[in-house]
Design a protein around this ligand. Structure first.
Ligand SMILES: *Cc1c(COP(=O)(O)O)cnc(C)c1O
Length: 360
């Protein structure tokens, strides 16, 4: 068996100890005589798995008691619609900050439910920065303010939390949730698809302040009504049981590692290695403003784009895979989520330096 260093943006690398444990427990989960995949979601085994996952996630993020943690389906893209359905609460408009590919998708979907005010945008510079708060035009009457706190494709991350006074702040944190401690209490709602930094695809996490739920649009499907799901422990229908189980193993892994402050320190060190490599040479180029650079997704270009294919080919030969940038921005992208080990990042940087020696 050979495992590669997988720099995919998602679905993405998972911690090897988690995969090993899942493999060990595949045929017989702790004496139950069955795989988690085969269990009733109403049985005591799975209810325990679910409860432990929620407790561990709450502990990791220090989620206040006044917040509900929901395990849903439909992906982050589902939330682009489900958030307005639930959070408009009789209001007519919502504020969105437009910072790239994913915020654009969120805006397009929200427009089907309400008036969207673009409070700020970085489109003028090709989505290479996070607009400073003093440039935002917020509407006090807005139902909520939506940001994409890590733009997975452009590699732009909010390293600060916007101030929105009494208007609830909503973030799509899909590609950096659990990469650092987070002051949950400053948000009305946080959502994330699992397949970037949490676990397998199919699971979507929503953390929502309790007083915001219960006023969904009447046509909201029950499975997407936060209040209904919160009242049923996210189980008004069958949840994505196996994905939830693996996510639970990832939460455990994070706790054993020392929690999110420890994880953040490792992520800072990993990202620094890559950015230092990019900044020390003219051969490579990072387009993102230094203070807004993502620790998780690092897009970069070879100044000589004709070398792109050769770069990817040689990288694959060295066991470094999925480095091709998203078609919307081109070039390369290294996604270095929590589960990407330091050794993988070192191997990437060594490869990049060697490639430059050969071709620079
Ligand atoms: C991947 C991603 C999405 C889309 O997630 P799905 O689970 O495919 O719906 C949305 N937002 C961000 C920031 C992402 O990285």
């Amino acid at each position: 068996m050979t495992r590669v260093y997988n720099f995919s943006a998602g679905p993405a690398v998972l911690p090897e100890p988690v995969l090993r444990q899942a493999a060990d427990e595949m045929l017989d989960w702790r004496g139950s005589g069955m795989s988690v995949m085969e269990m009733s979601h109403r049985g005591k085994e799975f209810i325990a798995i679910h409860a432990q996952a929620e407790a561990d996630l709450r502990e990791l993020l220090a989620v206040p008691k006044s917040y509900k943690v929901l395990f849903l389906q439909g992906g982050a893209a589902g939330q682009f619609a489900i958030v307005p359905m639930n959070l408009l609460r009789g209001r007519k408009s919502a504020d969105y900050v437009h910072t790239g590919y994913w915020s654009k998708k969120a805006i397009t979907e929200a427009k089907r439910y309400c008036k969207v005010n673009i409070a700020a945008s970085s489109e003028d510079a090709g989505f290479t920065y996070a607009p400073k708060q003093d440039t935002w035009k917020l509407d006090r009457e807005a139902a909520y303010v939506h940001i994409t706190s890590n733009e997975t494709i452009e590699g732009v991350e909010f390293h600060w939390i916007p101030e929105t006074d009494d208007v609830p702040l909503v973030t799509d944190a899909s590609s950096h949730i659990l990469s650092r401690p987070l002051d949950v209490g400053r948000f009305g709602l946080i959502y994330a698809g699992a397949q970037k930094n949490i676990g397998p695809a199919g699971l979507t996490i929503v953390i929502v302040r309790e007083d915001l739920i219960g006023q969904a649009l009447p046509q909201t499907p029950s499975v997407f009504d936060y209040k209904v799901q919160a009242g049923a422990d996210s189980m008004i229908n069958t949840p994505p049981t196996y994905a939830l189980y693996v996510a639970g193993l990832v939460f455990r892994w994070l706790k054993e590692l020392g929690g999110l402050a420890k994880m953040e320190a490792i992520n800072v060190a990993k990202a620094r290695l890559v950015y230092d490599c990019l900044d020390q040479t003219e051969f490579y180029h990072s387009p993102v403003a230094k203070e807004d650079r993502s620790r998780m997704n690092i897009p970069f270009q070879l100044r000589n784009g004709r070398l792109d294919e050769e770069f990817l080919k040689q990288a694959r030969g060295c066991g470094l895979t999925q480095l091709k940038g998203h078609r919307a921005v081109g070039g390369m992208r290294a996604s270095i989520y929590n589960a990407m080990p330091m050794e993988g990042v070192k191997a990437l940087v060594e490869f990049m330096r060697e490639f430059e020696r050969q071709h620079g």
